[in-house]
Design a binder for this molecule. Structure first.
Ligand code: PEP
Ligand code: MN
Length: 337
């Protein structure tokens, strides 16, 4: 920790801070500048009380950590890119992956027709919500286990691995039985007990960014997965709340290179929740590829106007096929296949 003292602090006030640092079990190193004094405190914060209490002292200006708060998700811990395997699909390697499917599983016909269409267009993972985290309790909550069974059927028939949201710790074992990747939604991104339960299933976990989460908080949430013996973590940027109302959320493309710099975990981008508008999805997908994302998560519905959830942001199978064609040269241009 670095402790910066306020200007014009007397020696007795300075000594009191040094004494406190030693009392808490750290070794202080003092640096007296022209204008102010800075103290470097050496010690292991995991085994000692934090020095942050010093912020409350009148002679202290700031207390700053030297080390990053996240460890296992950081590139320092694992310099090369992690590759996460879901069924026969590798995310984070040379091949760019696209996960696609409806926001919600509604019926066998709706799911199967979407699955076949997105697969024909080049998607490699099927998405579909069976447990839906709806803002209102009066909206469609998902088909539950029936939806999971339909996803399993679609996987059997297409061979595509499946990603679906896990909403509750109580469902962790059940959802993990059917799914190849567990999605943790934006509303649960800091539900740490849920993250632990998801990690303990051993299945890959896709962690959406909380809608008001800072990148550091997001990485720390990811730390809950890795520190529970599950190395298979995917970060998914899906837009954050800002003052802008033109889009449902503001897709933070800058998060992509930041996570790639700070972490070894693959980055997925969800332009559907990000934009909230089908006509913007294509441009945002292209931006995500160009910025270094490893995969996309796109909502596709055979008849978006009749969708039971998120109709405005789902693209038709035809629009999805066009999008996939348009993405190809960009994927090649960034050195991927
Ligand atoms: C979804 O993927 O349909 C969804 C609800 O996502 P988010 O948690 O990002 O809102
Ligand atoms: Mn949705």
């Amino acid at each position: 920790m670095i402790i910066v003292l306020k200007p014009k602090i007397s020696r007795p006030q300075e000594n009191a801070v040094l004494k406190e640092i030693k009392r808490l079990g750290y070794i202080p190193h003092i640096m007296r500048g022209v204008a102010r004094t800075v103290i470097g405190a050496i010690g292991d914060e995991r085994t000692h009380q934090s020095l942050e209490t010093l912020t409350a002292w009148p002679q202290v200006e700031t207390v700053m950590p030297v080390q990053k708060r996240y460890k296992l998700v950081s590139r320092e811990a694992h310099p090369s890119n992690s590759v996460v395997h879901a069924g026969n699909v590798a995310i984070g390697g040379k091949k760019f992956q696209v996960m696609a499917g409806p926001c919600s599983v509604e019926s066998e016909k709706q799911l199967m027709s979407t699955a076949l269409a997105v697969q024909a267009a080049g998607a490699t993972i099927l998405r579909g919500g069976a447990f839906k985290p709806r803002t209102s309790p009066y909206e469609f909550q998902g088909l539950g286990e029936k939806g999971l069974k339909l996803l399993a059927k679609a996987r059997r028939e297409t061979g595509m691995p499946v990603i679906t949201e896990l909403l509750s710790e109580d469902h962790a074992e059940m959802v993990a039985e059917y799914a190849d990747i567990l999605q943790i939604g934006t509303r649960n991104a800091q539900n740490f007990q849920l993250l632990i339960a998801a990690a303990k299933t051993g299945k890959p976990v896709l962690l959406k960014r909380g809608m008001s989460m800072r990148i550091e908080e997001w990485m720390l949430a990811g730390e809950y997965v890795l520190s529970n013996e599950n190395p298979n973590l995917l970060f998914c940027e899906r837009g954050i709340r800002t003052f802008e109302t033109y889009t449902r959320n503001t897709l933070d493309l800058s998060a992509i290179p930041i996570i790639k710099l700070e972490s070894h975990c693959p980055v997925v981008v969800d332009p559907s929740q990000g934009a909230g508008r089908a006509e913007l999805v294509s441009a945002m997908c292209k931006g995500a590829v160009a910025m270094g994302a490893d995969a996309l998560l796109v909502e596709v519905h055979p008849h978006p106007a009749d969708a039971w959830s998120d109709g405005a942001q789902q693209v038709t199978p035809a629009a999805f096929a066009r999008l996939m064609t348009e993405l190809k040269p960009l994927i090649t241009a960034v050195g991927r296949t």
